[in-house]
Design a protein around this ligand. Structure first.
Ligand SMILES: [Zn+2]
Length: 536
C-alpha cells in the first residue's frame, strides 16, 4: 500500500476533485448566455449536479453538465479520464466506463407521489411495495429493488430535523439555520478570531522540523500561551515518542485511522465495527505508545476526507468522541461556524464523494470551510474553493501564498469571525520552503493584532460552549490550561522496536516509543500489540 505522504505528492486519484478542474462555459457567440433548444432537450431529465457524456465515442476526458446557463463542459487534465460512475477525474487505467454516457440510475423510493401509496408508518419502495419507515436508509437493503438504501443523502425519511434554536442550546447543542451565526449572539468585533492549523497523517522525523519552525518557543497568543495546532495522526510510520513530545507541548492529538487505506469505497461503506477498529483502535495505539493518559484524544478526521455517513458518526457516539472534522462546506462568505449534528447539517453535502450523516448524532462537526484559492479576489475570475491548503494548486509563488492567507483571513475576520481552518500535510510545507516562510511571517503578523488566536479544535469548541468576549479573553480559563510548557522531553532516546504482525505478512515496522516495546506491530485486530486478540 502506498503511504499517505507519498500519495499526496503523486496526487492520489482520490484527491482529484472535479471542482478543481477548470470549467468552461459554452457561450453562444455575441449573445447573452441562454439555454438553446438543443440543450433544453438534452437536459430534460438531468440533475444540474450530474456530469454526462454527449456520446460514447467522444474524448473520455470531456463531460457536460446542465446549468441554468446552458451546457457546461468539463475537461479532465491530460493523463486523466472522467469516471462517470464516481463523477470524478481519475487515472486513465482506473476508468473503465468511457463507453457509458451517464451514471447508472439506481431504483429510488416513491416518496413524492400525489396520493401516498402506503399507509400508517410505511413508505413505498421504488417498485411500489410498502415497507416500515425505520427500514429506509438503515444501511441494509430491505425493498426487493433495494431502493430503500438509495437517495439516502438527500431523502432519508428518518433524517435529523432542521435546526430548532429553541431546542438546541449551548453548551451541548449549537446550530443556526445557515450555519453562519456566532455562538452567544455576540458581535463579531468583540470576539477573538480563532485560527486552527491542522496536520494530517504520520508524525515522524520527516516532518518534525516543519512543526519545530512553526511552533517555535516564544511564538505566543495574546494571552501569553504558545500557539497550538491539532494533529490528525495515522498509525503507520508514526514515531510515538515524537507524538508524545507534541502532546507535552500542548498540541492536540486526534485520530486519523490505523490503515489509512487508499480505497474510497472502504471508508464510504465501512460498518460501525470497522470504523471503531480504525478510529478508536488508533486512539488506543496513540494513548499506549505516546503515553497520552488525559483522555484528550477526542477528535476524528476520516482518511481522504471520506466521510463514512451515519456509521462513522454512530461509532463516534458509541466511543465517546467529541467531534469530527472531515465534512466540507462549499466556499461561502460569510463562512460557517462549527455545529452539532443533533439537527440537520446547515449546508449541502459537498466535496469529492463525501457521504454525509443524515441522522441525529451527539457529535460536534468542526466543519472544513473551503478556502478561496485566488490570491486577488477583486481581479481573478471566480474559481472553485479548496479544502486542504495543499490542493489549492494554483498557488505558485511565496507572495501568492501570503496573499492567499490574508484574503482568507479577511473573509473570516471582517464578517462573522468563524474559525479559520488551515489544513495541511507537512510535506507541502517541507517541499516548498518559501510557503513555510510566508506562513510563519503571516502568523507573526497576525499575532501582533492581539485578537487572533491560534488554538486547537477542542479549544474552539470550549470557546463556543462558553462564548467569551475579547475584553476577558486573556483570562479565559480553558485556554490557559496548557499555557506553560514545563519540564523536559520524556525520553531522549526512544525505543525503536522492530515488530511484525500476522496482519501484515512479510513486513517489519519500526515502532518508536518512549514506552515499552509491544510484542507485535499494532494493527486493526491487535491495537495494543500484545497478542490480545490472538491469544485464544
Ligand atoms: Zn490522511
Amino acid at each position: 500500500m502506498r503511504s499517505c505522504i507519498l500519495g499526496l505528492f503523486l496526487l492520489s486519484p482520490l484527491l482529484i476533485n472535479v471542482t478543481a478542474v477548470s470549467i468552461v462555459k459554452r457561450q453562444i457567440e455575441g449573445a447573452p448566455l441562454r439555454i438553446s433548444q438543443n440543450d433544453a432537450e438534452v437536459c430534460k431529465d438531468k440533475s444540474p449536479r450530474e456530469y454526462f457524456r454527449l456520446s460514447s465515442d467522444k474524448d473520455c476526458r470531456e463531460v457536460m453538465r446542465c446549468s441554468s446557463q446552458g451546457l457546461q463542459v468539463l475537461r479532465c487534465p491530460s493523463g486523466l479520464f472522467f469516471d462517470i460512475e464516481s463523477q470524478t477525474c481519475n487515472w486513465r487505467s482506473e476508468v473503465n466506463n468511457c463507453d457509458q454516457v451517464e451514471k447508472r440510475k439506481l431504483a429510488t423510493p416513491l416518496f413524492a407521489t400525489n396520493e401516498p401509496i402506503c399507509s400508517g408508518n410505511q413508505l413505498a419502495c421504488g417498485n411500489g411495495d410498502c415497507m416500515e419507515r425505520e427500514l429506509f436508509c438503515n444501511g441494509i437493503p430491505d425493498c426487493s429493488d433495494e431502493s430503500d438504501e438509495n437517495a439516502c443523502t438527500e431523502h432519508d425519511p428518518n433524517r435529523a430535523p432542521p435546526c430548532d434554536q429553541s431546542q438546541c442550546i449551548l453548551p451541548d447543542c449549537f446550530c443556526s439555520p445557515d450555519g453562519t451565526q456566532i455562538p452567544g449572539k455576540l458581535e463579531p468585533n468583540n470576539i477573538p478570531q480563532m485560527v486552527t492549523i491542522t496536520f494530517d497523517d504520520a508524525v515522524n522525523i520527516n516532518n518534525l522540523d516543519v512543526y519545530h519552525d512553526i511552533f517555535k518557543e516564544g511564538r505566543n497568543n495574546a494571552n501569553g500561551c504558545s500557539i497550538k495546532a491539532t494533529f490528525f495522526v495515522s498509525h503507520k510510520y508514526t514515531n510515538y515518542s515524537a507524538v508524545q513530545e507534541l502532546h507535552r507541548k500542548g498540541h492536540e492529538i486526534a485520530t486519523h485511522s490505523i490503515t489509512h487505506r487508499n480505497n474510497e469505497k472502504y471508508w464510504t461503506n465501512a460498518d460501525i465495527d470497522t470504523w471503531a477498529k480504525e478510529i478508536a483502535g488508533n486512539r488506543l495505539i496513540l494513548e499506549r505508545f505516546a503515553n497520552i493518559t488525559d483522555n484528550s484524544i477526542v477528535g476524528v478526521r476520516s482518511p481522504y476526507l471520506r466521510v463514512g455517513g451515519n456509521n462513522q458518526f454512530a461509532m463516534m457516539e458509541e466511543q465517546a468522541f467529541l467531534y469530527d472534522s472531515s465534512i466540507n462546506a462549499p466556499l461561502s462568505n460569510p463562512p460557517l461556524w462549527p455545529y452539532t449534528l443533533y439537527f440537520e447539517m446547515p449546508h449541502k453535502c459537498h466535496g469529492n464523494g463525501q457521504h454525509c450523516p443524515t441522522r441525529s448524532h451527539a457529535v460536534w462537526e468542526v466543519v472544513m470551510n473551503e478556502l478561496d484559492r485566488r490570491d486577488d479576489p477583486n481581479f481573478d475570475e471566480e474559481l472553485s474553493g479548496c479544502v486542504m491548503v495543499d490542493t489549492c494548486s494554483n498557488i505558485i509563488t511565496r507572495d501568492q501564498f501570503y496573499d492567499f492567507l490574508n484574503n482568507n483571513l479577511r473573509r473570516h475576520y471582517n464578517t462573522n469571525r468563524a474559525p479559520l481552518g488551515l489544513y495541511f500535510h507537512a510535506g507541502f510545507l517541507k517541499l516548498n520552503s518559501k510557503f513555510l516562510e510566508a506562513l510563519i511571517t503571516w502568523i507573526d503578523e497576525s499575532l501582533e493584532k492581539n485578537d487572533i488566536y491560534f488554538v486547537t479544535m477542542t479549544q474552539v469548541l470550549q470557546w463556543m460552549q462558553n462564548p467569551t468576549e475579547l475584553s476577558s479573553i486573556r483570562e479565559f480559563a480553558q485556554w490557559k490550561e496548557k499555557c506553560d510548557i514545563k519540564g523536559q522531553a520524556y525520553c531522549s532516546i526512544p525505543n525503536a522496536c522492530p515488530t511484525t504482525t500476522r496482519e501484515l505478512p512479510g513486513e517489519t515496522n519500526r515502532l518508536h516509543t518512549c514506552m515499552e516495546c509491544p510484542h507485535n506491530y499494532p494493527w486493526l485486530e491487535d491495537p495494543t500489540g500484545d497478542f490480545f486478540a490472538f491469544k485464544k
